[in-house]
Design a protein around this ligand. Sequence first.
Ligand code: SF4
Length: 1018
Amino acid sequence: MKQSRRKFLKITGLATAAGAAVGYSDTLTAAARLRRRGNPAPDAIYGNAPAPEARINDSGQVVPNADFTVASTVCIGCTTHCGVRVKVENKSGTVVRAAGNPYHPLSSDPWLPYETPLRESLRWTSNHDESGLENRSTACARGNVVFDKIHDRFRVLTPLKRAGKRGEDKWIPISPEQLIEEVVNGGDLFGEGHVDGLAAIRDLKTLIDPDNPEYGTRANQLGILGTADEGRKDFMVFRFLQAFGSKNYSGHSSICGLSMRAGNAAFLSDFKKYPHLKPDFEHCEFLINFGTSPGQAGNPFKRQGKLLARARSEGNLRYVTVTPMLTNSDSIAAGDRSRWMPIRPGGDLALAMGMIRWIIENGRHNAAYLSVPSKASMERVGEPSFTNSSHLVVVTPGHQLEGRVLKASGDAGKEDFLVIDSTDGQLKSADQVDAARLEVDETIVYGGERLAVKSSFTLLKESAFRFTLEEYAQESGIPAEEIADLAHEFTSHGRKVAVDCHGNTMHTTGFYTTWAILSLSALVGSLNYKGGMSAGGGKFTDMKGAAYDLTDYPGKPKQPGIRIDRTRIAYEKTSEFKRNQAAGKPYPAKDQWYPFTNAIETGLITGSINHYPYPLKALISWNANFIYGESGGENTLAEALKDPKASIPLMIAIDPFINETSRLADYIVPDSVLYETWGELNPWGAWLTKTNAVRYPVVTPRQATFANGEPVCMDSFVIEIGKKLGLPGFGPQAIKASNGSLHPLERPEDFYLRVFENVALDAKSVPNADDEEIRLAGLQDYVPRLRRVSPENWRKVAYVMARGGRFEGKEGAYKESHLAKKYPGMISIYSETVGTSRSSLTAEKYSGVPTFYGARLVKGDLLVKRFPRSEYPLTAFSFKSNVVSSPNTASSRLRDLRYTSTIDIAARTAESLGLAHGDVVELTSPGGRIEGLLRVREGMHPEAIGVEHGFGRSGEGAITVQIGNETLEGLRFRKSGASINLLGFADPDRPGRIALSDFAVGSNSRQVIPVRIRKLPS
Ligand code: SF4
């Protein structure tokens, strides 16, 4: 070992040099003393660190260490989903380390050219010639330890069935076969009466409610809730839910960033695909982070932190972070390049509208860009994007076209918009005009009628001018001169400016907040510009590709009906509306409908509990922890779910842990964890080139197995259900190849390896992996499976797996001053979809342009009116750390790094209230309370109370559970800290118990919680 250390340079670990040791004699002495404590570590310098996975010898050759396998896969320690390389100890079969995958753009910048041999990639990241310093590819602190939860003793490894009442935390282990039999065929499963199984629920003929035929057939009474898409959502939705015949799937957006996503959808004129923008961090010159804190949280957490750090030190970046609390985004080292702007929680909308006002008032908007009215004119004049600023909106009160955008054909499906040509003042097709009149407020003749019209830009201007800068300052807590300064700087860098927002918009007016923030970027024209805003770099075709169409299969049923969360449809299209209209009282509906929202997670639960529009008969909750994750989830939903008859009769949780939500289930199906899982996915944000990452089990899943040897997990569970139910798309003749042949879906690999094959074959297919690459990537054991599933292309699939996916080179990011992958659609300054929609509760018309609304209840009452400052003088908001995240409580090592959370308050506020650092305090909201330790700090807005998200758990090992004869005692430290979501409360103006939400799109509100604080006796 000593001999080899002299001979070799390490790939990983610290560089050693005899000369350097002289200067570190104190440190070495201390290390030597430390080494004498407990069991001696195997190495004096590197302690218990595992040996390197490979070395570079004196000739510069890579010599792999046969004790380890290094596999390229994806970390799902947070929703960033970085490409990583995990080091697996062959003897124990356990993961001992995670590092970045140098081929993956989220982990390296620049990333390795895709055709680089694997062997060379090991040298590239090594200390050889110090190249590893330049090319380092990393996992973050969380990614480096979170895999310990694979071996957490609280993992569910066999199917569990509840033994007592729901939520009593008593379970019995059952066999995988019993699980499938009971959930498919139902029966008197719990001694509480008959429960329909999935076979009875899958009725594709009988209407749920003949009086409301638009609700669809009874198959819609199965709902599935997922979480952030970690690469398996398509399997669940395309292969299972759609084969079952239900429309009711929702991910976790509505408790994470739905306001942001919906605001992006409005801005980008696409409420179907819900695209969203991120800054081009690398070349941006001025960036405003509204609520987001790169370097502390956000997505992509690691990449944006790295690019931000580099851009501010080596590039030209200046940035402002607008948050109620000083975060890690701000850095003294960055000097005046970074600035923190303390804002009142929820004040972002007022700030953005104030900036819009100042920019327009001072003529700092890019009028020439905004005057380009169509894609055709955009291409003629060489712009990379265009807006509908000059499009004409009918404003004649009461006219049937009121709120509509004028089109030559009048056809809603066409995009033949009319504008006024600024050169001759004539009404023309937008396609024929290069510069349209921007400000319009006049009467025109259209279809023989005189119609009052205003341009989108005029409507935005009027909206922004409704309030003075001083009034916006009052609402945001940012002085008027600072709003003006910020707007001035934002408009002083040409197109190389960007805005970002995410979790800060999760409040009652978050949708309009996002739209207003994004409109700032439209005013300067930064979309699709290098250094501006990007909708992402796209992907290689995966699901519907060269080899297989994995979305379709023989016998796939139609899915009639509407969603239970009342999204994607206007109330005015329902039978209820028609009946009410016929009765002379079209409004109110029984509750709110969301015509331009794509999905609301807890809408599946509340819709069922309130029987509006219809109840679910079964719910599959797949790694979805809405009880903990939704502000008010515990307060509004948990009790109701405990009664199966009054809520959802059959609740199945697919989850590797018993958490706040799965503890309320009837069955828990164990799922795989991290590096045990399959998946294929694209980054969520801030990537500029085609990127597909793949994930396959690199360690053996620990769960019980089905009879065919497959570990029980989400994928194998739904395959077994699909086969038992006889669903189309499962079993021997299930998967459609492009040559018309059919292939089996019996195991997860039958699906995922074919997704990988599509990726490998897209466009110019990837090369074949040779035997050495297969060996270096540790894929030898996969060869028989690869040969079976992809007999012709298995070496190409192996090539993709060996690199952890398929990645376009960085040279594909830009074309001169524009992004190479441009968002192709129109920017909506005015949205006809929004501007012609109404609240189904009050008939209130939604503003078709960004506008200021105060924090409010769904029917319009301001929070400050209903919950006055005299009673609730402070406002609580949540934030995230760079270490802990809520799905990772079961990582004990992570909690070693960060044991607990605090309740944060500004020093001067604490002083005025007679509170001191370390006091035990109670926060009380209109619907909940929490206790915690007070942290008094500088760098807080004086009206704000900050609570870090991810603590105060009652799941994942934090509570005691009974499984069969075994009692698993909960761990105190996993409980520690406060959960801000316990402060959430129901909107008092809505029927049923529905947590406070965005009035227009229904996303959960957790950033503007009125609270009061008091010291508790210690
Ligand atoms: S940011 Fe960290 S925890 Fe998140 S996916 Fe990347 S390495 Fe894993």
